[in-house]
Ligand binder design. Structure first.
Ligand SMILES: [Zn+2]
Length: 432
């Protein structure tokens, strides 16, 4: 079958549905496509047998990567020339230079250290450490100090610099009292779940001090206690754990229940069976009761607008969390829900807000990649390829954001994704 409607999909001037997303001309066509049709269309992008990227597609992707990497190298040069005086900021993974360090390390690993980006990632992270505001109370992986320290730890480990790696571990562990402080929130961007994520990265780097498991367990307990305590205080009966950020009960990955459940599921070895089945599972089931008719999730409690289809709010973050829940809890309703979220993203996920990970096309592409990894259905890989192809073709059609170089809102996250989709079975959303 020919891919006629793809002409519309790849149109020079994509049609906007509203102020949030471009119309995906393929979304209606694909409902009637057989597996054979999909496999034939996919051959333009990947080989079916080995799931290897097509050489022509790879050349197209790598040309965009190189264009963006040269911009980011210039950005790094500007950063190196800046004064080392403390500027009262955290150069975070989310929007700061630590995110560029993370990308440069990843790029080096994929390209045999082309442009010497590994050395540059070390130089960037050491400058981030120098200018880090030591009084900052930000604790998380994405927006806080632990993300800078844990990225530095990974770079030191790869440099066989165990003494400096140990210093980074001490810094992260030193943030435990702040993480356990009752005034600290729980969500990924600014709260305990985001600190827990850094501890997980540290554990994956080989952190095995005698107290490491105890530290992780203390954070897990604090998150669960906080969720139960809000339910008890507000007499909430619909779910055993609930969270607030700025007095709003968010549901999405960045600020809400989904993201917190995601981090807890990532640390499943630190949960008791009772916690898993009496707290986490009912909270996941509660979220599924909130699905809109489209299949999407609201961004917060009592918000009945079905608008946001992105990683931070709505279907893209939800896809990844429910896939993880399916893998751990083996309940097929989670897999069905994840595929429904995927359909929503396919229809409304060509976002005009940019190509970033947080509320852009890259974050949405990862949802398809995750669906493919778990289900092995080529439909999902085809959708990921189409989104990527769209972003390569419509490079200048989207809004420039304030933080246009950054990992979560800009081109660094897009480059990370473009590198990762070339090996879809090994791909992983950074920071989730
Ligand atoms: Zn966002």
């Amino acid at each position: 079958m020919s891919d006629k409607k793809a002409i519309f999909f790849n149109s020079k001037r994509p049609k906007k549905e509203n102020d949030r997303f471009f119309i995906n001309g393929l979304s209606k066509v694909s409902e009637n496509q057989s597996n054979e049709d999909i496999n034939n269309l996919l051959k333009l992008y990947y080989t079916i047998d080995e799931v290897k990227i097509d050489i022509t597609f790879a050349i197209k992707i790598n040309a965009v990567i190189e264009k963006h990497i040269s911009k980011l190298i210039k950005q790094a040069d500007i950063f190196f020339k800046m004064s080392n005086k403390n500027n009262c900021s955290v150069e975070s993974i989310y929007s700061g230079m630590a995110g560029i360090a993370l990308l440069f390390k990843f790029y080096a690993s994929k390209t045999n250290n082309k442009h010497k980006t590994f050395e540059q990632s070390k130089q960037i992270i050491e400058k981030c450490l120098k200018i880090l505001d030591s009084t900052s109370k930000r604790i998380t992986y994405l927006t806080g100090k632990s993300g800078v320290y844990v990225t530095a730890a990974s770079i030191y480990l790869e440099s066989n610099d165990h003494a400096n790696m140990k210093l980074m571990i001490d810094e992260i562990v030193g943030m435990l009292p702040l993480a356990l402080d009752p005034k600290t929130s729980d969500e990924i961007l600014y709260g305990r779940a985001g600190y827990l994520y850094s501890l997980m990265v540290l554990k994956n780097l080989g952190w095995n001090d005698v107290n490491s498991d105890d530290i992780i367990r203390q954070v897990v307990s604090a998150i669960l206690d906080s969720g139960m305590s809000l339910c008890s205080k507000e007499n909430i009966k619909t779910t055993p754990i609930m969270y607030e950020w700025h007095e709003k009960k968010y549901f999405g990955a960045a600020h809400g229940l989904l993201g917190i459940l995601h981090c807890l599921l990532l640390m499943k070895n630190y949960l008791t069976q009772k916690e898993l089945y009496d707290l986490i599972k009912p909270a996941l089931d509660y979220l599924l009761t909130l699905q809109f008719k489209s299949g999407n999730l609201p961004s917060s409690l009592n918000n009945d607008k079905d608008r946001l289809v992105q990683w931070c709010h709505g279907a893209a973050g939800a896809t990844q969390t429910f896939l993880l829940a399916y893998e751990i809890l083996k309940d097929t309703k989670y897999l069905i829900a994840a595929e429904q979220f995927g359909d929503v993203i396919w229809e409304r996920g060509l976002l005009i807000k940019g190509y970033g990970l947080c509320h852009g096309l890259s974050g949405n592409t990862y949802a398809f990649i995750s669906l493919f990894k778990v289900t092995k259905k080529f439909k999902h890989l085809y959708r990921a390829a189409k989104f990527i192809d769209w972003c390569l073709t419509n490079d200048s059609k989207i809004k420039e954001l304030n933080r246009s170089f950054s990992m979560f809102e800009g081109i660094a996250g897009n480059v990370y994704t473009l590198l990762d989709v070339q090996n879809p079975l090994q791909a992983n959303f950074p920071g989730y």
